[in-house]
Design a protein around this ligand. Structure first.
Ligand code: ZN
Ligand code: ZN
Length: 896
C-alpha cells in the first residue's frame, strides 16, 4: 500500500504549494553548522525592489536552486541567502513617476516624505518577490533574508566607507562625471547607454581678434560654445600653422580665447579645428588641463543654461541650441550645417541625454583594489565559469577608472560624512556624530548625497553574513562558494564584490563565478515589452507548472550562452514531467504486491540475475558517475539532459517495456513478485533517478518519490527527497556484458521497427527476420529473443553465429549493427507494387502543395506586401516539402 495514491494526471497547481510549505515548515532550507564539514554557500543576487521577477530572474533562481539542492543532497551544510536590493536610482525614478501622476515632484513633498513613500513601495515589492521565489521552488533560508537598507548591511556600508576613507582610498574631488539633468544626479559610466543619434555638425566661424579672417570650427553641440576656453588644432596641421598663438573672439560673449596646438585633435574631423569646452567634454577637459585653460560651466543642475549663456540664460539645451545657430547665421558666422550621426549617452533609468559635467563628487581610488582583485582570479583562487570571461574581466580591471560613488539622490545609503559650519572639518564616522571631530562644534550637517547602489551590493557576500561583526555565520560560511549571475553584470557587480570583499575581509568573497546567458525568444530576439515577446514566469508557471519552466530554462543550457525560450520548450518540459508521472504510476501498480510484503525498512535489493535488470542497474551507475562529474564541473544543463534521457529512453521506453513482458510471463505462470521479479529494481532505479532529477524538477520528484516510500517509515519520521542522499555509483553493479547484450537487443528492435515502417506494415502484418551475432554474445542474446519479437512485432526465424550466415538472397535485406546483423525479408512483388502506389500518391500530394506555395512566392505583390516572417515561413515550408519529395523518390528507387 503506498503512502498516498497518485492522481491520474499530473496537475502542477495541486502539488507545488503543498510541497513548498512542507519544506519550509520542516526547516529543510536551514543549514546546520558542522565544523567537520565545509559548507556550500550561495548569496543570491538581490533582485531590485522595483517590481516583479522576470524570466531572467527565474533562470538565475533555477540555476542557483539546482546547485543548492544538489549540494544539500551531497550532505554538505548548505546555505542560500536570499535578499533584495533597494536599487537607488531605479526605485527613485519610479517613485518620481508615481508623484508625477499626482502632479508633484520630489521637491514638493520633501526628502522625508519621499523616502517614506519609497519604503512603502519597496516593502510591497519585497513581499511580491519573496512569494515569487516560493513559487519557483527556491530553497533559500528565509530566516536570513536581507534587504540592502536593513540595519546590518547599512552598518557594513558605513564601516566600509569609513575604513576606505581612513586609508585614503576614498576622496572628494571635482571631476567630469555623467550628469543626468532629469534625475539631477551623477551617473557611473555603466549607468549610461550610448545610442546612435541622428544629429548635425554645425560649422561656425570664430573671427580673429587681430587682423581679418576667421577660424571655422565644427561642433555637434552649439549650445556649449559659451563654455569654450580655446580652439585647438593638431600640431602637425599645415593649414593652421599661422593660427596657433593667435586669439579668436567668441561671438556675442565679449570673450577672446587662444588658438592652441594639441596632439588630441583629430585633423580629419570637421575642419581640423576643435572648440575646447572643458566643463562639458572629457577629452576637452584633458586638453584644457594640459594648457592651463579656465573651466566655464554653462549648465544648471537641471540641464538649463546658466548665467554664462548671457541672453540664453534659463533656456533648455535644445532651445538654446536653436537660438545660438540663429544668432551665428544672423551675423554671417554660420558656415554650413551637415547631417551627422553620432553616439549620445543617455541615462539608463530615464532615457534623458546625459550631460558630461564637472562636479564635486566622492570617489573610490579603485587601482589598488583592482590589483588584488586581478590577482585573486589570476591565481585561481576565484574561478570564472565559463573560462573565456576571465580575459574580459582582466581587460576591464586593468583599465579601471576611479569609481564615482556619490549620487544626488534621496533613496539609498546616506554618505557618512558630516561637514562643520564652524571650522569646515569633515567628520567621517560609522555612528552618527553629535559634534565636529575637529572643533567639537555641534553645528555639523550630513552630506545630502547617497551612495551608488553598487557600493552596497559590492559588500553583499560579507554584509549579509554579519560583517563587520565577528558572527558565527561570517566565520563558518565566508568565503562563500558560488556567485551565480548574468554575464551582463560581471563588471557592474561581480568585479566590485571581489574588490570590496578582499579589501574589507582580506579574503575573496567566493570561489566560483558562474555567468549565465540572457534569455531570448524562439526567434533569437531579445525579450522586450516593445516587441511583445516577453514571457512572464508567473504565466509560464500557471500554464505549464514550475518544473516545466525550470526544465525549459536549464536543460542543455551551458554557462555563458544565451538561450531561447518559447512554448515548444515549455511543452517539452511538461511532456517530460508527464512521462515520469505515468512511469511512476506504472511502477506503483506493478510493484504493489512486492511493496506490500516488504517490511518497514525495505530489504536490501537482491543481486540481479535477469539481463535487463543487470543492464538498467549498470546504466544507472554510469548515469550517476557522469552526472556527479558534470555537476562538479558546473555543466548543469548537460547533467539534466542526461538524467532526462535516461528516464525517458532507457527507463521508460526500454526497461519498463522489458519488465512488462516479464511480468506478463510470470503472471501467467502464477509467480507474481517472486524471485526474478523486476519489482525491486523498478522501485530502486526510479527512486535513484528521481533523486538525480530532484534538483532540477523539485516539485514533481517530491510528489512521486513520496509515493514510493515504505508506508511504515512515515509514521514518526518526516522525510523528503530534498534531504535524501544523492545516489552513489556502486562499482559492483557495473556490468559491461549486460550493457552489450541489452544494447544489441535494443539495436535489433530499432532496426526491425524501421524495417516495418519502411514496408508500411500494419500492426497485424507479419515480418520475418534472422539475427546473427558473435559467438560471445549469442547465448545471452538468445534469451532476449522473445522480448525482441514482442517489442518489434517480428517473427525471428533463426538466431545464429555470424560465421554461419550465408549472403542475403534476392528476397532479403541485411542490416549491419554494432554487435549483430539482422536479415529481414524484403517486400514481395505485390507488396512493393502496393507501397510504390502509396509513395506515388504521397508524392503527388506533396508536389501539388509545393506548387501552390511556389506560385505564391513567385507573386511579387505577395512577397512585397506580406510581413517578412510570413514570407520566411512560406519559404521554409517550400524547402521542407522539397526535402520530403526527394525522400519519397529515393524510397521509391530503393524498392524498384
Ligand atoms: Zn535620469
Ligand atoms: Zn568644526
Amino acid at each position: 500500500m503506498e503512502r498516498e495514491t497518485l492522481a491520474k494526471a499530473y496537475e502542477p497547481g495541486r502539488i507545488e504549494k503543498k510541497w513548498y510549505d512542507f519544506w519550509l515548515s520542516n526547516g529543510f532550507f536551514r543549514p546546520r553548522i558542522d565544523p567537520d564539514r565545509s559548507p556550500y554557500v550561495i548569496v543570491m543576487p538581490p533582485p531590485n525592489v522595483t517590481g516583479e521577477l522576470h524570466v531572467g530572474h527565474a533562470l538565475t533562481m533555477a540555476l542557483e536552486d539546482i546547485m543548492i539542492r544538489w549540494h544539500r543532497m551531497l550532505g554538505e551544510p548548505t546555505l542560500w541567502v536570499p535578499g533584495s536590493d533597494h536599487a537607488g536610482i531605479a526605485t527613485q525614478v519610479l517613485v518620481e513617476q508615481d508623484l508625477a501622476r499626482e502632479g508633484l515632484t520630489r521637491f514638493d513633498i520633501g526628502r522625508e516624505k519621499f523616502v517614506e513613500r519609497a519604503w512603502v513601495r519597496a516593502q510591497k515589492s519585497r513581499r511580491a518577490i519573496e512569494l515569487q521565489h516560493h513559487l519557483l521552488g527556491c530553497s533559500c533560508d528565509w530566516d536570513r533574508d536581507t534587504f540592502t537598507l536593513d540595519e546590518a548591511p547599512s552598518k557594513a556600508v558605513r564601516t566600509a566607507f569609513v575604513r576606505l576613507y581612513q586609508k585614503g582610498r576614498i576622496y572628494r574631488g571635482e571631476r567630469m562625471v555623467n550628469w543626468c539633468p532629469r534625475c539631477r544626479t551623477a551617473l557611473s559610466d555603466l549607468e549610461v547607454e550610448h545610442q546612435d543619434t541622428e544629429g548635425h555638425l554645425y560649422y561656425f566661424r570664430y573671427p580673429f581678434v587681430e587682423g581679418d579672417g576667421f577660424l571655422t570650427i565644427a561642433t555637434t553641440r552649439p549650445e556649449t560654445y559659451f563654455g569654450d576656453t580655446a580652439v585647438a588644432v593638431s600640431p602637425n596641421d599645415e593649414r593652421y600653422r599661422g593660427a596657433v598663438g593667435r586669439r579668436v573672439r567668441l561671438p556675442g560673449t565679449g570673450r577672446d580665447i587662444p588658438v592652441i596646438a594639441d596632439e588630441a585633435v583629430d585633423p580629419t574631423f570637421g575642419t581640423g579645428a576643435l572648440k575646447i569646452t572643458p566643463c562639458h567634454d572629457p577629452t576637452d577637459l584633458q586638453v584644457a588641463d594640459r594648457h592651463n585653460l579656465p573651466h566655464v560651466n554653462v549648465f544648471n543642475l537641471d540641464g538649463s543654461m546658466n548665467a554664462e549663456a548671457g541672453a540664453c540664460k534659463g533656456l533648455d539645451r535644445q532651445t538654446c541650441r536653436e537660438r545660438v545657430v540663429e544668432e551665428f547665421e544672423r551675423q554671417g558666422l554660420l558656415d554650413h550645417i551637415e547631417p551627422y550621426s553620432h553616439m549620445v549617452g543617455h541615462c539608463s533609468r530615464c532615457r534623458t541625454a546625459v550631460e558630461p559635467s564637472i562636479s564635486l563628487q566622492w570617489f573610490v581610488d579603485t587601482k589598488p583594489l583592482a590589483e588584488a582583485a586581478i590577482e585573486a582570479v589570476r591565481s585561481g583562487e576565484i574561478r570564472i565559469i565559463p573560462d573565456h570571461f576571465t580575459k574580459v574581466y582582466f581587460s576591464w580591471m586593468e583599465s579601471i577608472k576611479d569609481w564615482c560613488i556619490s549620487r544626488q539622490l534621496w533613496w539609498g545609503h546616506r554618505i557618512p560624512v558630516w561637514y562643520c559650519s564652524d571650522c569646515g572639518a569633515l567628520t567621517v564616522a560609522v555612528e552618527t556624530p553629535t559634534s565636529c571631530s575637529g572643533c567639537g562644534s555641534a553645528r555639523i550637517e550630513q552630506d545630502p548625497d547617497v551612495l551608488d547602489t553598487w557600493f552596497s551590493s559590492g559588500l553583499w557576500p560579507h554584509s549579509t553574513l554579519g560583517w563587520p561583526d565577528d558572527t558565527e555565520d561570517m566565520r563558518y560560511f565566508y568565503p562563500t562558494t558560488m556567485m551565480e549571475t548574468g554575464y551582463d553584470i560581471l563588471f557592474f557587480w561581480v568585479a566590485r564584490m571581489i574588490m570590496m570583499g578582499i579589501e574589507d575581509t582580506g579574503k575573496v568573497p567566493f570561489r566560483y563565478v558562474y555567468l549565465n546567458g540572457l534569455i531570448r525568444d524562439e526567434q533569437g530576439q531579445k525579450m522586450s515589452k516593445m516587441r511583445g515577446n516577453v514571457i512572464r514566469p508567473d504565466d509560464a508557471v500557471a500554464r505549464y507548472g514550475v518544473d516545466a519552466l525550470r526544465y525549459a530554462l536549464t536543460t542543455g543550457n551551458s554557462p555563458g550562452n544565451d538561450l531561447s525560450l518559447g512554448d515548444a520548450k515549455l511543452e517539452a518540459g511538461r511532456n517530460f514531467v508527464n512521462k515520469v508521472w505515468n512511469a511512476t504510476r506504472f511502477v506503483l501498480q506493478a510493484t504493489r504486491e512486492w511493496r506490500a510484503t516488504s517490511s518497514d525498512t525495505r530489504p536490501a535489493m537482491p543481486a540481479p540475475t535477469d539481463m535487463t535488470d543487470r543492464w538498467i542497474l549498470s546504466r544507472l551507475n554510469r548515469l550517476v558517475t557522469s552526472v556527479r562529474a558534470l555537476m562538479a564541473e558546473y555543466q548543469l544543463g548537460e547533467a539534466e539532459r542526461q538524467v532526462q534521457e535516461f528516464l525517458w529512453s532507457e527507463f521508460c521506453d526500454w526497461y519498463i517495456e522489458f519488465a512488462k513482458l516479464r511480468m506478463r510471463q510470470t503472471n501467467s505462470a502464477g509467480a507474481a513478485g517472486g524471485s526474478g521479479s523486476p519489482a525491486p529494481y523498478l522501485v530502486a532505479v526510479l527512486d535513484a533517478a528521481l533523486r538525480l532529477l530532484h534538483p532540477f524538477m523539485p516539485f514533481v520528484t517530491e510528489e512521486l518519490w513520496q509515493t514510493l516510500q515504505p508506508t511504515e517509515a512515515s509514521a514518526d519520521s518526516v522525510s523528503s527527497i530534498m534531504v535524501s542522499p544523492c545516489p552513489e555509483a556502486r562499482p559492483e553493479l557495473d556490468d559491461p556484458v549486460a550493457e552489450r547484450v541489452v544494447g544489441a537487443a535494443i539495436d535489433i528492435v530499432r532496426a526491425l521497427r524501421n524495417a516495418r515502417a519502411e514496408r508500411r506494415l500494419e500492426p497485424q502484418d507479419r515480418l520475418d527476420a534472422s539475427v546473427f551475432s558473435g559467438a560471445g554474445l549469442l547465448g545471452q542474446l538468445r534469451a532476449l529473443v522473445p522480448a525482441i519479437e514482442s517489442l518489434a512485432r517480428t517473427h525471428i526465424q533463426r538466431v545464429a553465429d555470424r560465421d554461419e550466415r550465408t549472403g542475403a538472397t534476392n528476397t532479403e535485406r541485411a542490416i549491419v549493427l554494432a554487435d549483430a546483423e539482422v536479415v529481414v525479408s524484403k517486400a514481395s512483388a505485390d507488396e512493393a507494387g502496393r507501397i510504390c502506389a502509396q509513395l506515388e500518391k504521397e508524392a503527388e500530394a506533396t508536389r501539388s502543395r509545393l506548387q501552390a506555395i511556389e506560385a505564391r512566392l513567385d507573386d511579387a505583390v505577395f512577397v512585397a506586401k506580406a510581413p517578412a516572417d510570413v514570407v520566411a515561413r512560406q519559404r521554409d515550408l517550400a524547402a521542407g516539402l522539397r526535402d520530403k519529395l526527394e525522400r519519397l523518390e529515393a524510397e521509391r528507387r530503393d524498392l524498384g
